[in-house]
Structures are given as structure tokens and as C-alpha cells.
Design a protein around this ligand. Structure first.
Ligand SMILES: [Zn+2]
Ligand SMILES: [Zn+2]
Length: 132
């Protein structure tokens, strides 16, 4: 699969050549605040399959499981683009809304439904977990 995407202002763009290894939708409180919406959706790829143009800014935080999550965003427009997890080196998560065409996407799993805002309705055909 060949994919491309960019931030809102176009300063950061990327291409992907390869299949996603997994994908997910997360309703945890961190994802809610980071996105300003009810959930975050990401597709995960091997980092070797992703080519990024431009220099992101990053922010590190520690997950419930004790792993360091590094989130990348555009320094100019603030769009969220990528994430890395210290538990899964060599992998990169891409914010699905940043792809030029994301019609192929469907999450494998929906996480942290215990923290899901009541107004953010889920697809009930997808497996869910209360937490991770
Ligand atoms: Zn931008
Ligand atoms: Zn989350």
C-alpha cells in the first residue's frame, strides 16, 4: 500500500510504502485532551516504511503501562501526526486523519472505552477494551 499525508499547513508531509501492522481507536483521557475530541485513531507501521519530510516537535509522556510515548506534531500548525512507544522500537503510529486518503482505514480495536465521553459514539462491530 502506498500512502501519503501531511499536516494542516503542509510544512510536514510523509509517504508510506507498506501495510499497517495494527490499528486502533483510543478514548483515554490523554488522547481526548491531545486531540480535543472524543478519541484518537492511529495506524501503526514499521518506521522503515515511513518517509517523513520536515522536522516535527515532540512531547514525551509516560503511559499507564510505564512506557514512554513520544508524540510528534507540526511546530507551525500544531497538527498531531506521529507517535512512538518505548515498548515498540522501530514502529510508528500515524494519526489517521492526516492521510490524504484514509478510506482504507478501520480500527482493529477500540481502547479505553471506560474513559469514552458519552457523546462520542463507537462502531459496535469493533472489539473494545475498558482499558488497554
Ligand atoms: Zn503544519
Ligand atoms: Zn489513548
Amino acid at each position: 500500500m502506498k500512502l501519503s499525508g501531511a499536516c494542516h499547513c503542509g510544512e510536514i508531509s510523509y509517504t508510506v510504502d507498506g501495510e499497517p501492522v495494527r490499528s486502533g481507536q483510543c478514548h483515554c483521557n490523554a488522547c481526548r485532551r491531545i486531540t480535543g475530541t472524543g478519541h484518537n485513531v492511529q495506524a501503526f507501521f514499521k518506521a522503515d516504511n515511513v518517509n517523513i519530510n520536515g522536522t516535527t516537535k515532540t512531547h514525551d509522556s509516560v503511559s499507564d503501562a510505564g512506557n514512554v510515548r513520544t508524540r510528534h506534531f507540526c511546530p507551525t500548525c500544531g497538527s498531531r501526526l506521529f507517535s512512538e512507544n518505548s515498548k515498540a522500537p522501530g514502529g510508528i503510529g500515524i494519526a489517521v486523519g492526516s492521510f490524504d486518503d484514509s478510506s482504507w482505514f478501520k480500527p482493529d480495536v477500540i481502547l479505553y472505552t471506560s474513559e469514552r465521553p458519552v457523546w462520542d459514539v463507537c462502531d459496535d462491530t469493533i472489539p473494545t477494551h475498558d482499558k488497554m
